[in-house]
Write a protein that binds this ligand. Structure first.
Ligand code: GLP
Length: 249
């Protein structure tokens, strides 16, 4: 088990969502104008729904948060039902009543939107909190393996594994190219929540928790006290005993 990662074990995906929402709410209470890097994908949806429930109940105010897009397919017209921005808007920005956002501009040339994205993130002082999911091949955002720690914000060609795993989101073809926040943006986040749920993530989580850090499994480059891996029992099953100090149930 990697000693440099904090693993927080939870019984199920609902408990992961509540723990993640607690973590995010605590950070927002400490500093209202938080800048948050926002993953789409299936895993964080329950967390966003929990946050929305708290916002609607009036117990959480996210109005000063800036939400930063993590990744986007390339070459989509705007609007497109597969747009990850539209997914982020539906699941995070609108229900959480967030007014400040940074996104990839689908109308700009890829190198221009990447440059503008990095400039916008730098202008707001970088990422305070990254909310991430774990790709089956270890990708973070669309940083496909191999992606070194200094991989910049850029266009990537999606691997067959990612095309396959993204196929579950849409009734139609998955675009073959994407834009992603670089590993250098993600790894510079002042804190990170990596959400991992379900039996399908077991092998990927095992590699993250036990393997050596390597660009061949980009998520393994996450490291340090500010990184919390929140995983449920289904994903943790068979991972072997974690050091007691690393597991906060
Ligand atoms: C996708 C996205 C990531 C996401 C990851 C896990 O390909 N590019 O941003 O976090 O893979 O997705 P899921 O949560 O659906 O398993």
């Amino acid at each position: 088990m990697r000693p440099d990662l904090t693993l927080q074990a939870q019984p199920d995906a609902g408990a992961v969502a509540r723990a993640a929402a607690d973590h995010i709410a605590a950070r927002v209470r400490a500093r209202g104008n938080l800048t948050v890097l926002v993953a789409t994908g299936s895993t964080p949806m329950a967390t966003y729904a929990e946050l929305a429930r708290r916002v609607q109940a009036g117990t959480l105010d996210l109005s000063r948060v800036t939400a930063v897009q993590l990744d986007e397919y390339q070459g989509l017209s705007d609007p497109d039902p597969r747009s990850l921005w539209e997914w982020m808007d539906r699941s995070f920005v609108a229900p959480l009543r967030i007014t400040r956002t940074v996104r990839f501009d689908p109308r700009a040339a890829p190198q221009d939107t990447c440059r503008d994205y990095d400039a916008a993130v730098a202008a707001i002082g970088g990422i305070d909190l990254a909310i991430l999911g774990l790709g089956l091949n270890g990708h973070l955002g669309f940083n496909e393996p191999p992606s070194p720690a200094d991989a910049p914000t850029r266009t990537v060609t999606l691997t067959p594994a990612s095309l396959e795993s993204n196929r579950v989101y849409w009734d139609t073809d998955v675009p073959t190219q994407a834009l992603t926040a670089g590993m250098e943006v993600i790894l510079a986040a002042r804190s990170t929540l990596l959400l991992v749920t379900g039996a399908s993530k077991r092998a990927a989580l095992g590699r993250l928790l036990t393997g050596p850090p390597s660009p061949d499994f980009p998520a393994s480059l996450l490291s340090g006290e500010a990184v919390t891996v929140l995983a449920d029992r289904a994903a943790l099953e068979g991972q072997g005993p974690a050091p007691v100090s690393a597991v906060r149930a």
